[in-house]
Design a protein around this ligand. Structure first.
Ligand SMILES: *Cc1c(COP(=O)(O)O)cnc(C)c1O
Length: 432
């Protein structure tokens, strides 16, 4: 496999873009290699600038649940683009998008469109603070909600901690109202509420964490988050940026049978275009400007291209529930095949999967939170990754990301992947 042209491009990119990339994970640094530059995609496959073909398990980090260039999405986009790309004014497609979401997601009574997941969570927190008149928020260690200042924190030391900035440039003053909690730890959240409950505006949570590898909340934990926020008059914000329309059409909230107060979306709802959204209870959403006092705005929010790609994608998913059956079947087939290989080769790995969102951790520990996820051997993952890529299988260039199945995948793609995975796992075994 040659990556000559990609190497050239990466050199060029590094001269004028920090690290050569517009989002850090794309630099492939955690798998110790240089990234291929992608030229095009079709269905399940992507092709790089050197003409290598890959089966794509990243899917633009989740949005492309229908695969690349779904014919209906492309057709509708082409029609819209001829009429103008953005007006910064009202368009009917925004209503169609909102109507579709609100009529099909039970906890969503009103919704507002933004342009990224980061913007959605940032604004949902502002709204929660505006609604409750409280300042503190709770975030779980290892959950990712984008890169806005108050969420860019890691856990401090000690049991009941306020987070510390995860990046230079985030003032301590900004994060002093963010409390970090341990994921899947009921006692910890109860202690936090006992001490700060009256001041907590909201808990924000990934109901199925997807940014420390895949780590689902237990049902007990998910239920306790709902009950404790109700007891203290705080809001429960579900960050379904990754899980929404992925683990089920109605998202993780339907698998846990929980009604959050606010929900954040992005990824799939943009069908591959930049988008984000937040919504929930009407009484809370009506505090948003211009009806209410909580300010938020966006020049390109609800633009016709993103709305069209998103609306078309959601409509296809809603009208074809069998897509989820098939996604989940292929996900299970891949996970079972990988488990079988790991067993045959006598390796140690832990599998977490929810439908078409999978993760194989190179650890013998059960992975239930950030600490246990961090026991994974990332050097083993790097070898596994490079061997997979060499054989034309494109998985996430980091241990702590999900593998995604898309609706264009077939049994044959999974079979090819499993064959490659056996070779890659053999290479991992040779590391000792
Ligand atoms: C991707 C992601 C985000 C951030 O979305 P961006 O569009 O990259 O800003 C937030 N939360 C979760 C759960 C995500 O997976």
């Amino acid at each position: 496999m040659s990556l000559e042209k990609s190497k050239e491009l990466f050199k060029r990119a590094q001269k004028i873009i920090p690290g050569g990339v517009n989002s850090p994970v794309r630099a492939f640094s955690s798998v110790n290699m240089e990234p291929p530059f992608i030229e095009r995609g079709k269905g399940t496959y992507i092709y790089d600038e050197d003409g290598n073909k890959y089966i794509d398990y990243v899917g633009s980090w989740g949005p492309l649940i229908l695969g690349h260039c779904h014919p209906e999405v492309v057709k509708n986009l082409k029609e819209v683009v001829d009429r103008g790309t953005s007006f910064g004014a009202c368009t009917e497609i925004e209503i169609k998008m909102a109507e579709l979401m609100v009529s099909t997601i039970p906890s969503l009574e009103m919704v507002r469109m933004v342009n990224s997941g980061t913007e959605a969570t940032m604004t949902a927190l502002r709204l929660a603070r505006g609604y409750t008149g409280r300042n503190k928020i709770v975030k779980f260690n290892g959950n990712y909600h984008g890169h806005s200042d108050s969420l860019l924190i890691k856990a401090g030391s000690g049991a009941l901690t306020h987070g510390v900035p995860n990046s230079p440039g985030v003032p301590e003053d900004v994060v002093k109202n963010t409390i970090t909690a341990r994921y899947n730890d009921i006692e910890n959240i109860e202690e936090i509420f006992k001490k700060y409950g009256e001041d907590i505006a909201a808990i924000i949570v990934e109901p199925i964490a997807g940014n420390m590898g895949v780590v689902p909340a237990t049902h007990e934990f998910a239920n306790r988050l709902r009950s404790i926020t109700e007891e203290y008059g705080s809001l429960l914000i579900y960050d379904e940026v990754m899980t929404g329309f992925r683990v089920a059409y109605e998202g993780a909230q339907s698998l846990y049978n929980i009604k959050p107060d606010l929900i954040c979306y992005s990824k799939i709802i943009g069908g591959g275009l930049p988008v984000g959204a937040f919504g929930g209870r009407r009484e809370i959403m009506e505090l948003m400007s211009p009806v209410g006092p909580v300010y938020q705005a966006g020049t390109l929010s609800g633009n016709p291209l993103a709305m069209t790609a998103g609306y078309t994608t959601l409509k296809i998913l809603y009208e074809n529930p069998d897509i989820y059956t098939e996604l989940n079947r292929l996900g299970e087939k891949l996970a079972n095949g990988l488990k079988e290989h790991v067993k045959t080769l006598g390796l140690k790995a832990t599998f977490n999967a929810v439908g078409s969102m999978l993760c194989m951790f190179f650890t013998d520990k059960e992975v239930v939170d950030f600490e246990t996820a961090m026991t994974s051997d990332t050097q083993k993952y790097a070898v596994y990754f490079r061997e997979m890529l060499r054989q034309g299988i494109y998985i996430a260039p980091s241990q702590f990301e999900a593998t995604f199945i898309n609706a264009a995948m077939t049994d044959e793609d999974i079979d090819i992947t499993l064959e490659a995975a056996y070779n890659a796992l053999e290479a991992v075994k040779r590391m000792g």
